[in-house]
Design a protein around this ligand. Structure first.
Ligand SMILES: Cc1cc2nc3c(=O)[nH]c(=O)nc-3n(C[C@H](O)[C@H](O)[C@H](O)COP(=O)(O)O)c2cc1C
Length: 186
């Protein structure tokens, strides 16, 4: 197995991070990898908001919990009620990925960028977790104001976030993959 295939196979969603910040050169390489994701017609209809300020992350985590509790979704309410629940799993870096709402393929392009981020991180020994539950962050007026204050451009919708940090403990076990989802026509 070559290095690329090994990285693809070894990436796991990490949900427990050490508090120390990732190295600046690692962050730069990860962000650069996002910018090199493919996009339909090379439109690059994305925006990346890199957040490393602990006070901002704590405020966002609090807002996320409040919105989960208000969501009316039983699963979300149960999760947010758990005193040990930390919406970003204690990650010291969070990248919000937003798509130009006018671009037909914006969400696809952002998903490709998220995967580039996760794989680049893994290749550097940095853990990651792609999260779409973060859309709840922006599901209130306070969330809309938060997005603006964080520099998300007007007209861009939140797609997902990627939590980044050094893994606290061994990576979780590989989850089984379905094998009945492929057919070949040769
Ligand atoms: C679009 C998308 C949204 C996801 N949202 C969340 C999320 O909100 N919270 C979370 O903990 N994990 C989230 N995940 C991670 C998945 O749960 C995880 O990828 C899946 O269980 C397979 O595990 P693995 O990534 O370790 O292979 C998301 C993954 C994707 C691709």
């Amino acid at each position: 197995m070559n290095e690329t295939l090994r990285v693809i196979r070894s990436r796991r969603s990490i949900r427990k991070f050490r508090p120390e910040q990732i190295a600046e050169h690692e962050l730069e390489a990860i962000v650069e990898s996002a910018l090199f994701a493919p996009s339909a017609m090379n439109a690059q209809p994305w925006h990346f908001t890199v957040i490393q300020d602990k006070h901002v992350l704590d405020r966002m985590a609090q807002l996320m919990k409040e919105n989960m509790l208000k969501s009316g979704n039983e699963f979300m309410v149960r999760r947010a009620s758990d005193p040990g629940f930390s919406p970003f799993y204690g990650a010291p870096t969070l990248i919000l990925i937003s798509a130009d709402a006018k671009d037909r393929f914006g969400q696809f392009d952002c998903a490709a960028a998220a995967q580039n981020i996760a794989l680049a991180a893994e290749s550097l020994g940095v853990g990651s977790c792609i999260m779409a539950m973060t859309s709840l962050l922006f599901a209130s007026q306070e969330g809309v104001e938060l997005a603006r204050s964080l520099g998300v451009p007007d007209g861009y919708d939140h797609v997902c976030a990627v939590a980044l940090g050094y893994k606290d403990g061994p990576a979780p076990a590989v989850l089984p993959r379905r094998r009945d989802v492929v057919n070949y026509v040769k």
